[in-house]
Design a binder for this molecule. Structure first.
Ligand code: DLL
Length: 435
């Protein structure tokens, strides 16, 4: 199959030209941020760096990092690069005020984000002849809106399904002839299993490709999804802080994701020292958004562990590639595509009058994440009446759903029954083998 591109000039640009473009954009962006974002200006002043010190990407290392802690300090408007009047959208991750990321977009930012997603769809073989079923969540989560916008740009007939209601997904898929499915890999696997259970064979549905991301997934899972759905499964990466999906996307070679480096400049650093590591070394992925206006994060530490590679790609794209993320430097879990921090569970427990004695147990059964939280009752809460316990469990699970966006199965256990560890408490038992 001949390779197609959404923005060929950019996607196949000679590397030296790309570096020149990045340098020009970086100089402008640093000036924009220094002049408009007091929070980052202070960080630059503290480090003794002025916009005039940044002549190109070779000076990137002089700039200070931003981390999730900075997002917390600056919440909600402290990192805004444009007046709110010029912003047209927000997206957000779940969480308490401290953990919640609220990203702002101008129309220009939405446009460039949708271009990135359009590049991913075209790289997966999408054209204006395709029917693109978007089964990522719509709403504050970036998955639905991002792929939806990209699908429009490519000119696909877009099915804005959002996540869940698998019977309806399958019915639309069949009746409207969806050819591209966009959702989390675990949901794709679940849809595949459901189709199989209903007696469908891969050739009974016209799907040809899937664009799956937002959570870690293995090569084994890719093969399984490709087999059950009869498609080619492409990875897509992104995070709310940088816009959402489409920061990087897979091509036909399926050996890592091309980073849209005309918009997002990537570095790998040693997470302990902050030192920039040479290409090919494993470390923390850091992104600088080169032309976003409203939420222009410079040197943002993603906490994702990754490797970059400039090896020539058979698809003809020259954009640098990132490997599948290989873990995180913090304790964030991704459960059914939703980011979960143990501290969020702790906050709910304290709000609901429990002690923070709990254990999170995550597993993957039939390609779907299971999510259980065992919580100790206080001696004064202790009861052996089953109906009371069930009511208390439901109340806690509902409170967690409000905080996280997903419902864990909460199990109340007797006081002092969760094993105490002598060192760090073992808060999370993750039985999935994702990397
Ligand atoms: O997950 C954006 C997204 C939506 C990406 C749809 C792809 C598809 P957040 O909820 O902010 O944004 O979560 C970002 O998810 O730092 C990674 O740890 C993880 N992640 C995202 N894509 C992948 C992937 C969206 N393809 C966090 N493989 C990131 C592994 C991924 N991890």
């Amino acid at each position: 199959m001949a390779e197609h591109y959404y923005q060929k000039d950019i996607e196949t640009m000679p590397i030296e030209d790309m570096k020149k473009l990045q340098s020009e954009k970086l100089v402008k962006q640093v000036k924009h941020v220094y002049e408009n974002v007091a929070y980052y200006r202070n960080l630059m002043d503290e480090k003794g760096v002025k916009p005039e010190d940044i002549h190109g990407i070779e000076d990137l290392h002089k700039l200070p990092f931003l981390s999730k802690a900075d997002l917390r300090d600056a919440y909600p408007y402290g990192l805004l690069g444009k007046p709110l009047k010029e912003c047209v959208r927000i997206h957000s991750t779940s969480g308490t005020t401290g953990r919640r990321v609220v990203a702002f977009y101008t129309q220009h930012d939405v446009d460039l984000w949708e271009d990135c997603c359009a590049r991913a769809i075209v790289a997966a073989g999408g054209t204006d002849e395709d029917v693109c079923q978007v089964a990522y969540g719509y709403g504050l989560f970036t998955g639905g809106a991002g792929l939806h916008g990209g699908s429009h740009k490519v000119g696909c007939l877009t099915l804005p399904m959002s996540s869940g209601n698998t019977d309806r997904q399958i019915q639309f898929m069949e009746d409207l002839g969806a050819t591209i499915l966009c959702c989390t890999p675990s949901y794709a696997a679940y849809v595949g299993e459901s189709l199989k259970e209903k007696g469908y064979k891969p050739e009974d549905i016209p799907l040809k490709a899937g664009i799956f991301g937002a959570e870690p997934w293995t090569e084994e899972m890719r093969h399984q999804i490709e087999e059950t759905l009869g498609i080619k499964a492409y990875d897509i990466y992104g995070l709310t802080e940088t816009s959402g999906p489409g920061v990087a996307f897979e091509c036909s070679e399926q050996t890592g994701m091309h980073i849209n480096e005309d918009h997002f400049l990537a570095e790998i650093i040693d997470p302990d020292t902050g030192e920039v590591l040479p290409e090919g070394e494993k470390g923390e992925l850091v992104f600088t958004s080169l032309d976003k206006e409203a939420f222009p994060l410079l040197r943002y530490r993603t906490r994702d562990i990754c490797v970059l590679s400039r090896k020539k790609c058979s698809c003809g794209r020259t954009l640098i590639k990132m490997a599948k993320p290989m873990g995180r430097t913090d304790d964030m879990l991704i459960i059914r595509g939703v980011n979960v921090f143990p501290s969020q569970i702790e906050t709910v427990l304290l709000n609901e009058g429990y002690q923070p004695n709990y254990q999170i147990i995550v597993d993957r059964v039939n390609n779907t994440d299971t999510f259980e939280v065992n919580v100790e009752m206080n001696p004064e809460q202790f009861t052996d009446k089953v109906s009371e316990i069930l009511g208390m469990e439901r109340k806690l699970s509902d409170a967690m759903k409000i905080m996280l966006g997903i419902n864990p199965k909460v199990r109340l256990v007797a006081p002092k029954s969760i094993v105490r560890s002598e060192g760090k408490a073992v808060r999370v038992v993750d039985k999935r083998k994702l990397v």
